[in-house]
Design a protein around this ligand. Structure first.
Ligand code: ADP
Length: 164
C-alpha cells in the first residue's frame, strides 16, 4: 500500500522525519509531498524544501520526496496512493486535521487518512517556531537535522551556533 505524506516542510524538522520514518515502516511506499505554494510566507523555495527533506531520509529505500501543487487528494491519486499520512501534536492539530479529513473524504471517498501521534521529544516542534528561534540567534540543534540547521543559519546570514 502506498501513502503520501503532504506538508509545507519549511523546513523539515526532526518531527517530520520521525513521522516519515514511522510511516515507511508501515506502508510499502511513502511519497512525501512538498506543497509548492502554501498560503504561508516561506523561508525556502520548493526545490530547497524537497532536497532538504530528501537528504534527511537518505538510506530509506521506500520513501521518495516530490513537489506538488493543487489538491492533496489529486496528488495522492496521481501518485497511486490511497492513504494520506499526517502528524498530530496537539488538540489544535486534531481539529484542523478533522475538518480537512472530512473535506478530503467528500472530494475523494476512496482515499483515507492515517495520523501518527508525535513522539514526545518532538511534540513542541514546528517549522515556524524553529524559524523564529533561529532568526533571533537561538540554537535549533536537536530540532532539525544538521544539514537543515546549516541551511537555516545560512538563510539568516548567521554562523551555525550551538547552545547559545
Ligand atoms: P502543513 O502546512 O501542511 O501543516 P507542516 O509542514 O507544518 O505542513 O506539517 C506537515 C505535517 O506534519 C502535519 O500533519 C503536521 O501536523 C505534522 N507535524 C509538524 N510538526 C510535527 C511534529 N513535531 N511531530 C509530528 N508531526 C508534526
Amino acid at each position: 500500500m502506498t501513502a503520501v505524506y503532504p506538508g509545507s516542510f519549511d523546513p523539515v524538522t526532526l518531527g517530520h522525519v520521525d513521522i516519515a520514518k514511522r510511516a515507511s515502516a508501515l506502508f510499502d511506499k511513502v511519497i512525501v509531498g512538498v506543497y509548492a505554494t502554501p498560503s504561508k510566507s516561506l523561508l525556502f523555495d520548493a526545490e530547497e524544501r524537497i532536497s532538504l527533506f530528501a537528504k534527511s531520509l537518505e538510506g530509506l529505500p521506500n520513501v521518495e520526496v516530490r513537489g506538488f501543487e493543487g489538491l492533496v487528494v489529486r496528488f495522492a491519486r496521481e501518485a497511486g496512493a490511497n492513504v494520506i499520512v499526517r502528524g498530530l501534536r496537539s488538540g489544535s492539530d486534531f481539529e484542523y486535521e478533522f475538518d480537512m479529513a472530512f473535506m478530503n473524504r467528500k472530494l475523494a471517498p476512496d482515499i483515507d487518512l492515517v495520523t501518527f501521534m508525535t513522539s514526545q521529544d518532538y511534540m513542541f516542534l514546528s517549522s515556524s517556531l524553529i524559524k523564529e528561534v533561529a532568526k533571533l540567534g537561538g540554537d535549533i540543534t536537536g530540532m532539525v537535522p544538521p544539514h537543515v540547521n546549516e541551511a537555516v543559519q545560512a538563510k539568516f546570514g548567521l554562523p551555525v551556533t550551538e547552545n547559545s
